[in-house]
Design a binder for this molecule. Structure first.
Ligand code: ADP
Ligand code: MG
Ligand code: MG
Length: 935
């Protein structure tokens, strides 16, 4: 018979850490901690398999199946604790906690203090010797049960609580007396009845059954679904449910609750024990950010006070550390921290509660961290001999490096900016944007293309959509482990939390900060690394690859097989790419070079006559006698203009290439010949056309006609790529000449000429001949027997026909570079410009797992690539293979490129470190799966 429930407690457990899939992360780690002999309140875990069954059978049938096991475990729990569930004299209270295999902070729901009923309440009061505490626990339970299980709007409970507070003139919940709390319970009862049409359940077993059902049900609530989508969490059965004996951090002054990290989750530092706690508080109070939490260690507390402008005297009086207040508990917690790190060989995030001076561990898990902390912790743990370099590389998620590659504030500009307030440095980075005060506004504004900073008193899981689109997040309340801080760090979004001087008024959409009035739409800046809030915009500068980051990258390079190049069009971008470790340029687009300064004028002159020249030349070839002379005369002026434009463009292009070759210092550079359709170089609005007409001494009508004549119904499939070179070979020749002449001027240059959009081998052959002829001409002019560099000529594979006939194409190509943007467009038949309208639906419906323009579609486009690689290498075993589409910097696509045996990927300069790490991960994943197979 299947086992659905696993017990833990009293120094041993039926589960263990390896059973995450089945017990969820929380359950597996509670079991593990119990096995380690740590002080874990006993309890049991209903497995993720039960969750799956919940969706298969429905709640009623499910409980028929598993209730016997639940009751058996409850009995065991009663025996161990000496308490009884739902009865006196010592009633057992439990928490019901969700926990899937992957942690989803704040996404699933927890019910505390379960088991209070009219039957148990008096016994509880007697037992605790504290009537007020029991009524407070009861109203908390009602609120959580109402919210989580029955979906009673949380605001109504809060409203009722506020009402009682106001009536009796209480500022804090903790000031409410027993009688006042009884009033709160009364109004909670009314609210519950109003919303559910029934009485609040007064039977402990019914409370438990319904709470467990609700946790299983919450697996598919919209918040949880959004979170999984955002974080690409797939393939899980569901959530497990943990039922655990309650311990109370809110039973008086020798009680408290907190969360701690074994290392600083923001920087990765390991200088002092890093964590926060609240005295006389229960679970969620720390995370919810309702009161300002205190620091665990004395040193941390001092640093915190300094950052918040609090004097040492005030700190010791009002915000002492746990180390100072309860030194024995602190020491035990500190020992546990060392023990857990050594055991897990990983930074841990723990939750603990102190009841009457006794420490209880409620959770441990691998701590969420910023990318900066991830690289620091990984490299430190190698130095401490806790993990291998391979582990270190595997532990840093390539995608998160993005955070380290974002700009930071320009120091002078930051120093000059007006500081408005200070909060906690909750998630590093720099953000400048316009203020909005709600998640919905953030989403609306972001959709309009604005950069926004989301400002909230505190955030809750409902805000997740707005948080995801915001450049930065600012909260007035909450600590380093508040919802805002944890979620922002996970997303890599800059966040300043708990800036207490920020007074927000949602109604008028304004905030007051130390005398400054800021309204919706005003610009502010946040430094998430220091916690400072500034007025206005601040300039940013480029990040650098140094320290632990550089170390991890060096280790990654040891493992990867794939080369990593960058897509760069300018010497500046090329230099950035080299700084980030690019081994060359995989795609240098030349079209941007036609736009700069006066060049566009020269190029427009060429476009203006190109068609005429082409036509007359064709006529000329067929004419003779008088006719021929006439055509020659007609051709003279346009041809002159055509050639003059080419002559003007040549030195400019040459200069660009010289700059790029210099920046590359001998690294290879794949240069793509002109690709976009010609109309992209012409002005489309009337003012622009008038301007162009004026510069060229033409009639504006003429320009308009020209633009119209170049109009295409489907330009992406129109006259572009090598098709332009076929029609106007002189343009290709000019570009090849500029490339070769530039390479001759910069020693060590390694140019590679890339012909775009070939679909037929003959297109490539024709363009290649143009290139070879040009090279011959240059050699002759410069009296060279041989060029000092090999001339590589290759093509992009971006038309499906090219992939299918890759064996033929390879006869003419030294290399292939997969242009996966166009290959996806043509392979899937999705217009790049129009697919945005429906691809969202396609992903939601699960037709495609991801947007195929972002993550390579392995099943279709990937097959085309596989085929092209195989066919290409069958003709030309040494054929070099690369990718230069947007996918070249996307970790999952990089893994695929490794698997099909490409030689390199090429991506934007800022993604180069991501691609390097992803390439290493691909090798490590391959190793792992081989090891698994051989077992
Ligand atoms: P989450 O996954 O959102 O962190 P948890 O299940 O960890 O939810 O519960 C939320 C809070 O409730 C935690 O901070 C924990 O400290 C507290 N809590 C949970 N179970 C117990 C318990 N048995 N006794 C005391 N506090 C508890
Ligand atoms: Mg929670
Ligand atoms: Mg927790």
């Amino acid at each position: 018979m299947a086992k659905y429930v696993y017990f833990f407690g009293a120094g041993k457990a039926e589960g263990k850490r390896e059973m995450k899939e089945l017990l969820g992360g929380k359950g597996a780690n509670l079991a593990e901690m119990a096995n380690l002999g740590l002080p874990v309140p006993p309890g049991f875990t209903a497995t993720t398999e039960v969750c799956r069954k919940y969706y298969e059978l429905g709640e009623e049938k499910l409980f028929k199946l598993v209730e016997p096991e639940i009751k058996k475990n409850l009995a065991r729990l009663e025996k161990l604790t000496g308490k009884t569930f739902g009865r006196g004299p010592k009633p057992l209270l439990v928490s019901v906690r969700s926990g899937a295999a992957v942690s989803m902070p704040g996404m699933m729901d927890t019910v505390l203090n379960l088991g209070i009923t009219s039957e148990t309440i008096d016994a509880l009061i007697e037992l605790a010797g504290n009537e007020r505490f029991v009524w407070d626990a009861y109203r908390r339970f009602m609120q959580m049960f109402g919210d989580v299980v029955m979906r009673v709007p949380r605001e109504e409970f809060e409203h009722a609580l506020d009402g009682v507070k106001k009536k009796y003139n209480r500022q804090l919940d903790t000031q409410l007396t027993t009688d006042e709390l009884k009033k709160v319970v009364e109004s909670y009862r009314r609210i519950y009845r109003k919303h559910t049409g029934e009485e609040f359940p007064d039977d402990a077993m019914a409370q438990l059954r319904r709470s467990m059902g609700a946790v299983f049900g919450s697996w598919n609530n919209p918040r949880a679904v959004t979170y999984r989508q955002l974080h690409d969490i797939r393939g899980l059965l569901g959530t497990a449910v943990n039922v655990q004996t309650m311990v109370f951090g809110n039973m008086g002054e020798k009680c408290g609750t907190g969360v701690a990290f074994t290392r600083d989750p923001s920087t990765g530092q390991n200088k002092y024990f890093y964590g926060e706690y609240l005295m006389n508080a229960q679970g969620e109070d720390v995370v919810a950010g309702i009161r300002t939490p205190q620091q665990i260690s004395r040193q941390g507390s001092r640093e915190w006070a300094r950052n918040n402008g609090i004097s040492e005297k005030e700190r010791r009086a009002n915000y002492p550390s746990l180390e100072e207040l309860m030194p024995k508990c602190f020491k035990e917690l500190d020992r546990i921290r060392a023990r857990l790190e050594k055991h897990y060989r990983e930074m841990q995030d723990v939750e603990f509660t102190i009841e009457d001076g006794k420490l209880h561990m409620l959770q441990t898990r691998a701590g969420k961290r910023t990318a900066a902390a991830a690289v620091k912790i990984a490299s430190d743990m190698v130095k401490e001999k806790l993990i291998s370099t391979e582990d270190a590389v595997a532990r840093v998620e390539p995608g998160t490096l993005d955070q380290l590659l974002h700009p930071v504030f320009e120091p002078k500009a930051e120093a000059a900016a007006k500081q408005l307030a200070r909060g906690l440095p909750a998630s590093p980075g720099a953000a400048t944007g316009q203020v909005v005060f709600s998640a919905e506004e953030a989403e609306r504004w972001a959709e309009m293309g604005r950069t926004v900073i989301l400002v909230r008193i505190e955030t809750s899981p409902e805000d997740i959509g707005g948080m995801a689109v915001a450049k930065g997040i600012l909260t007035a309340r909450g600590g380093m482990t508040s919802h805002a801080a944890v979620v922002a760090r996970g997303m890599g979004t800059c966040c300043v939390a708990g800036a207490g001087d920020v007074v927000i008024d949602y109604k008028s959409k304004t905030m007051h900060v130390n005398g400054v009035h800021v309204k919706e739409g005003d610009w502010i800046s946040l430094n998430g690394s220091t916690g400072v809030l500034y007025e206005g915009k601040i300039d940013t500068i480029e990040p650098r690859l140094t320290g632990a980051f550089a170390t991890i990258m060096q280790w990654a390079d040891k493992y990867r097989r794939l080369g990593v190049r960058a897509n760069a069009d300018t010497p500046h971008d090329a230099a950035t790419a080299v700084r980030f470790g690019a081994e060359g340029i995989g795609l240098c687009r030349t079209e941007h070079m036609f736009f700069e300064g006066d060049r566009i004028i020269s190029f427009r002159r060429l476009i203006l006559v190109a068609d005429t020249v082409k036509r007359l030349r064709l006529d000329l070839a067929q004419a003779d006698g008088e006719e021929k002379k006439k055509i020659e005369k007609q051709l003279a002026a346009p041809l002159k203009q055509y050639n003059r434009a080419l002559r003007e463009l040549l030195p400019l292009q040459r200069k660009d290439f010289i700059g790029i070759f210099k920046a590359l210092k001998g690294r290879p550079c794949t240069i793509r010949l002109l690709d976009p359709p010609l109309h992209e170089f012409l002005p489309h609005d009337e003012a622009g056309q008038r301007g162009m007409a004026k510069t060229m001494g033409l009639d504006a009508k003429r320009v308009k006609e020209l633009v119209e004549s170049l109009h295409e119904f489907n330009p992406m499939l129109g006259h572009r790529g090598c098709r332009l070179g076929i029609t106007y070979p002189e343009v290709s020749a000019m570009q090849v000449r500029a490339i070769v002449e530039a390479a001759l001027k910069v020693k060590g240059s390694k140019p590679e000429i890339m012909i775009p959009l070939a679909g037929h081998v003959k297109e490539l052959a024709l363009q290649k001949q143009v290139a070879l002829d040009t090279i011959e001409a240059v050699k002759k002019e410069q009296k060279l027997k041989k060029l000092p560099f090999p001339v590589c000529i290759g093509t992009m594979i971006e038309v499906p026909r090219a992939a299918i006939t890759a064996d033929e194409i390879a006869e003419e190509a030294d290399f292939f570079s997969f242009g996966t943007n166009d290959l996806t467009q043509m392979g899937c038949g999705f217009s790049r410009d129009d697919a945005g309208k429906f691809l969202g639906d396609y992903v939601r419906e699960g037709i495609y797992d991801y947007d195929p323009f972002q993550v390579l579609d392995r099943g279709g486009v990937g097959k085309l690539m596989e085929m092209a690689c195989r066919l290409g290498r069958s003709t030309s075993p040494k054929l070099k293979l690369g990718i230069c589409g947007e996918h070249g910097g996307e970790p999952k696509s990089v893994e695929f490129c490794h698997q099909v045996g490409l030689d390199y990927v090429s991506c934007s300069p800022y993604r180069v470190p991501i691609a390097r790490l992803a390439a290493a991960h691909a090798v490590l994943a391959e190793k792992r799966s081989k090891r698994k197979k051989s077992k």
